[in-house]
Design a protein around this ligand. Structure first.
Ligand code: ARG
Length: 672
């Protein structure tokens, strides 16, 4: 049960009875920051008093006359200027927790406002290997999908694969020009990845050669401008030292500011120049690559031509595409398998190919899209540039496919909401898409860009390999598992020889621990911030990590094994009244209260589509459990009744952690 929601609803009734519109005030009922003030605090009396021109303490007292509390709460207290402090009755707390323990869903009733959600996440471009950023979209999306389903919503998860873009032109070109047939025979996936990288490198090389001259000019111009400004500043400084007037100071200040701006401009011009220089050097310093580059000046256009042929139904290119797709997918699917991620549907970009032409025609005929400089675009309110849906050479764009996808989803699923779990750098694209959706008659569908930030290395810059390449997700998963293996092995060494893991158990456990650590580290961040990646931190046995949570879970399980407890009978004994929860120490009550907050934590995840509300909750719960475990003996409790009561708290903690991790897409281990 979501206790906070129950209390809010009761205040809603009370405020309505006072003749007040309750809606602005219900958010002001929150869990207390300090147990001194009870479990919950309602702070609406101050703003409401102001509005009604009454003393807030009186307003609080009046509201309380209409507030039903006695089945759940101790008599509310009015404190200070008008805070209402609420404390849950021990008898009610015990009853609610017992009810939770007797329920498979841990007392969480499915929502009564059931919505249809379409979730768009993961969606990698499959022609190239997945990289570190893909764990974000995949796991944030996966956890939202699990949580929304658990809360009782209808969810359709759809993996909008990038299986149709320019990257396929790259592979097709690479296959036709650079194929190592023996390598392809042996390891097709690796060979396709090599072909992609090589072709891409050569395309970038010629583009860099084209740009390098003007970038050098731009850098020199920026240098000149800065030098001139520096002299100007020096002159103005002298002037000011002589005059010391308000005007001379102002002029100097303005000039200095301009100097700073020009200096920044110079650094970015320098960076752009360096980056193309690097691309050129990488090719020219490698004899083999340079040989391949020779005579391929038109590679950029040639790659686009291969893509265009594919899109226009060229049989040979389509045949290659059909051959490549399953090979690309083996690697991707293996990763999904390791991450335990599944989709209801996988409708990639290719699925929409034949819908793009008719869509553009329809939008043109309806006057929604029109020609602009040879291309076709939709002009949107609040945006200077139009959203292009067809280029002047006839090719369709990312936005065109996304519009077709929107229409398809609207018709196929009639969703209430569509969530796009995609990198924040695509914000502009989604702002335009959502604006355009209004023209498709989708004004009342909730469209949300669930955006996320960048994974950084320890140096605070985007996480790259030492060679400056993006970090492959495969190597990340493998490394996490092998580091987890060390952690698990270390723990195992402390056990008696006969209790140790077999090699197979050790591998399975370290896989769960390693991947769990990686996933949790990602989900425990506020998704919109960047975060620094660290294996050591994510695998720490203490702190807000999956390892800590899995360890807490395994510890509870070991109590049950050690005590030879029959869990099913324990649970039954509370349902049939043989046992009752009792709170003899404050840590027991605090743990019981925390257990009741699970539903509210999930509701918070849904409100903002932020899984870190759940990780924060699990961390708090594990901490309350530690405090409880330190102060309260369980197997050696004073008497059998107390022992049973404490065992039930242990059992429910383990089940809540297990369920919470499961909703994040993380598995538990029985021992570690
Ligand atoms: N394939 C895209 C990329 O890698 C992400 C697609 C996200 N979903 C969407 N409907 N646009 O950038």
């Amino acid at each position: 049960m979501n206790l906070l929601k129950v209390i809010s609803r009761r205040f809603e009734t009370a405020l309505t009875a006072l003749g007040v519109d309750p809606s602005p005030y219900l958010d002001m009922i929150r869990p207390s920051q300090d147990p001194k003030f009870g479990d919950y605090q309602a702070n609406f009396a101050m703003p409401l008093g102001k509005k009604l021109g009454k003393n807030p303490r009186e307003v609080a007292a009046e509201a309380l006359t209409h507030f039903q509390f006695d089945d759940l709460l101790e008599p509310p207290e009015i404190a200070g200027p008008g805070f209402i402090n609420l404390k849950v009755k021990e008898s009610a707390l015990a009853e609610l927790v017992q009810k939770e323990a007797g329920d498979e869903r841990l007392g969480i009733e499915p929502t009564d406002v059931r919505k249809k959600y379409v979730l768009d996440y993961s969606a990698p471009n499959v022609a190239k290997p997945l990289h570190v950023g893909h764990i974000r979209s995949t796991m944030i999306g996966n956890s939202l999908s699990r949580i929304l389903r658990f809360l009782g919503h209808d969810v359709v998860s759809d993996n909008h694969l990038g299986d149709w873009g320019t990257q396929f032109g790259m592979i097709i070109y690479g296959y036709r020009n650079f194929l190592d047939a023996a390598a392809y025979e042996k390891e097709p996936v690796a060979e396709l990845a090599r072909l992609y990288r090589l072709t891409r490198q050569l395309v970038d090389y010629y583009k860099a050669k084209e740009e390098v001259g003007s970038l050098l000019q731009a850098r020199d111009a920026a240098q000149l401008a800065l030098d001139a400004q520096k002299s100007k500043c020096a002159a103005l400084k002298q002037q000011d030292e002589a005059d010391k007037t308000k005007e001379s100071k102002e002029a100097l200040k303005k000039a200095n500011k301009e100097r700073e701006r020009l200096s920044k401009e110079l650094s970015s011009a320098q960076e752009r120049y360096d980056s193309v220089q690097k691309k050129i050097a990488e090719v020219e310093q490698n004899e083999d690559v340079l040989k391949l580059a020779q005579g391929r000046e038109t590679i950029g256009v040639d790659v686009l031509a291969e893509t265009s042929k594919l899109h226009h139904g060229d049989e040979a290119n389509l045949a290659l595409w059909r051959q490549f797709i399953p090979q690309c997918m083996t690697e991707v699917d293996k990763i999904y398998n390791d991450l335990n991620v599944h989709f209801d549907l996988t409708l990639g970009e290719s699925f929409y190919n034949d819908k793009l032409g008719p869509l553009v025609e329809r939008l043109k005929n309806a006057g929604i899209a029109r020609e602009t400089e040879g291309a076709v675009g939709i002009f949107l309110d609040g945006h200077d540039a139009p959203m292009l849906i067809q280029k002047s050479d006839g090719a369709y764009l990312y936005a065109t496919t996304d519009l077709a996808t929107l229409e398809y989803r609207r018709d196929a699923f009639k969703p209430d909401a569509i969530l796009y779990v995609v990198d924040f750098r695509q914000s502009l694209h989604f702002e335009q898409l959502f604006e355009a959706a209004k023209y498709l008659g989708m004004g009342d569908v909730q469209l949300v860009h669930v955006k996320f930030g960048t994974v950084l290395g320890e140096d605070g810059k985007p996480f790259k390999t030492r060679a400056g390449k993006s970090v492959g997700l495969r190597s990340l998963l493998d490394e996490a598992c092998s580091r987890a293996y060390e952690v698990v092995k270390n723990n195992d060494m402390n056990r008696a020889a006969e209790d140790r893991f077999s090699e197979e158990e050790m591998r399975e456990t370290s896989k769960r621990v390693g991947i769990g650590a990686l996933v949790y580290a990602d989900l425990s961040q506020n998704r919109e911030s960047d975060y620094v990646f660290s294996y050591d931190k994510m695998l720490a046995m203490n702190g807000n990590t999956a390892t800590y949570m899995q360890y807490a879970y395994a510890r509870v399980r070991s109590i049950f094994t050690k005590g030879g407890v029959d869990v099913d009978d324990l649970r039954r004994s509370f349902a049939d009244g043989r046992n009752k929860l009792t709170f003899t120490k404050p840590e027991e009550r605090a743990l019981a209260f925390e257990l009741l907050q699970f539903h509210a934590a999930l509701a918070n995840v849904e409100r903002d589509f932020r899984p870190n509300f759940l990780t924060a909750y699990l961390y708090e719960l594990a901490n309350k459990y530690s405090a409880f475990f330190e102060k309260c003996s369980v197997l050696k409790a004073e008497d059998e009744k107390t022992k049973a009561s404490r065992l039930l708290l242990c059992d429910l903690t383990a089940r809540t952690i297990e369920k919470g991790l499961d909703l994040l897409g993380i598995q538990t281990v029985e021992r570690m």
